[in-house]
Design a protein around this ligand. Sequence first.
Ligand code: PGA
Length: 254
Amino acid sequence: MSRRPMLAGNWKMFTTPAEAAALGRAMRTALMDPPAVDIALFPPFTSIAALVAELKATDIIVGGQDVHPEPEGAFTGNVSAPMLVAAGCGAALIGHSERRTYEKEAGEYLARKVRAALAAGLMPVFCCGETLAEREANKALEIVRGQLSDALAGLTGSEAARVVIAYEPVWAIGTGRVATPEQAQEVHAAIRAWIGLTWGAGLARSMRILYGGSVKPANVRGIMAQPDIDGALVGGASLNADSFAGIVRFQDTE
Ligand code: PGA
């Protein structure tokens, strides 16, 4: 399998600039001689500069947790893709479930964010996932396909090739209730099939699909053993350098 694994840490609304610099320094030490994977960290906007400065001699990608569709304008409280690039970012999370829930983001608005990130040269990490009620109603695959098709279906194949998808079942985020590797694999396989129908088999083989939701050093190996899971988007466990490094070194864990 030629897809390079990607392990990403979403720091959510944690870390001041000083705390982010200290955590970045600890990550640098813990991730000395990293394995052949891509590593990305998503601090709050106000901590991006401090983290970028701390990680400049490394290959770790720093990203924004969100991005506005417009490059600039009267949009109080928002940050644009060119601003993230100028701050040293290489990626942006788009459509995280906490933004879908609390900021009511969905559909075409997220499609515009994906296009804005691509236009600025950022790697969009597009998040999707069903709620517990949707899973219990047997609608998980339908919901995820709908989210993908709303935000990504309008992209050309060469644009889509630069997108990373993160499947995060909402009921597994921050709850300690991780999807079983088989539950996650079922959805990842469906996402890959959707990619194939939308852009063809080549892209279905090459696009990376990350799993997110209570990933820890103790469960990462079973998740990464699944054929359609190419990495992880990690919240809580990415706020500690040793546990995040344990996830990045998933091949070494028992
Ligand atoms: P968690 O968060 O690892 O704390 O469950 C994952 C995420 O929200 O990206």
